[in-house]
Design a protein around this ligand. Structure first.
Ligand code: NAD
Length: 275
């Protein structure tokens, strides 16, 4: 079975570059799809408290027969729990639902700048990491200035998980992450499976490299150094997406894909106005 490449984070732990996402997946369906993902070879699962499926994800991991140490599990702190004590309690509740004694990565899901408590939440994550129950800690949806401010506390997030796909390549924020040694995780890597996968340039490159459009887009992410966790509940697609590991893109393909960025490419919320 092919294994995903691993990247090394600032804290010297490693993370599988190709993982599996679970947003908008009901708990029972999450269990079945994570089981299929683990059978396929995925060893990195991305969930969040707000997805409401941590129990299903936990059941799939527990029932997989795989040693817990072989699976990289991420969950996230929701917006209503940025206060220090609320964050500690929210983390305990996530672990309980996941049925595990640790997560590999715990993230602040959104900074919610209007609430202005992301540094308080970050302090709580630093404490949680010290207990060993979250092996690594990071952030999600942090614009460059908020990331820099967080790094200024002396503990730099190991990842920044942001919306990123060929129509929204986030060239500047990727560079800002990299300048701090922060790895970029790309959410909605397939543009949520919408019109992006019908893009004629993507179709053309897919044909040139004998891959599907989804595999071509995922191969671009992997080649430029992003961590990705495409979501699917369809076994054939879960396996198809894993096949991206076999797709080789040349420098010219990468440039053509990055050039697809559009002014209106963002699909999700603007982090400065979310929350
Ligand atoms: P995605 O880009 O992974 O697209 C998923 C959709 O694409 C599926 O629902 C399906 O319709 C389609 N699809 C999947 N495989 C396909 C294939 N091979 N061919 C054709 N269509 C295919 O979108 P996503 O779920 O938004 O993002 C991935 C993961 O990122 C999420 O599941 C979640 O774990 C994470 N995420 C995080 C945040 C955040 O704020 N941190 C926000 C959104 C998503």
């Amino acid at each position: 079975m092919t294994a995903s490449p691993e990247l090394t984070m600032l804290d010297e732990r490693t993370i599988p570059q190709l993982g599996f996402g679970t947003w908008q997946v009901e708990p029972d369906v999450a269990q079945a799809s994570v089981e299929t993902a683990l059978e396929t070879g995925y060893r990195h699962i991305d969930t969040a408290a707000i997805y409401g499926n941590e129990e299903g994800v936990g059941r799939a991991i527990a029932g997989s027969g795989l040693p817990r140490e072989e699976i990289f599990l991420t969950t996230k702190l929701w917006d209503d729990s940025h206060g220090h004590d609320d964050a500690l309690a929210a983390f305990d509740a996530s672990l309980e639902r996941l049925g595990t004694d640790h997560v590999d990565l715990y993230l602040i899901h959104w900074p919610c700048p209007q609430d202005g408590r992301y540094l308080e939440a970050w302090e709580a994550l630093v404490e949680i990491r010290a207990t060993g129950r979250a092996r690594s800690i990071g952030v999600s949806n942090f614009p460059a200035e908020l990331l820099q401010e967080t790094a200024g506390t002396g503990v730099v997030p190991v990842v920044n998980q942001i919306e990123l796909h060929p129509w929204f390549p986030q060239v500047e924020l990727r560079a800002a992450n990299a300048s701090l040694g922060v790895l970029t995780e790309a959410w909605s890597p397939l543009g949520q499976g919408g019109e992006l996968l019908q893009d004629p340039t993507i179709a053309q490159i897919a044909q040139e490299v004998s891959a599907t459009p989804a595999q071509t887009v995922l191969a671009w992410h992997l080649a430029i150094g992003n961590i990705v966790f495409p979501k699917s509940v369809t076994p054939e697609r879960i396996r198809e997406n894993w096949g991206a590991l076999e797709v080789g893109l040349g420098e010219e393909h990468l440039e053509r894909l990055t050039a697809l960025g559009r002014e209106d490419g963002r699909l999700g919320s603007d982090p400065m106005h979310h929350g």
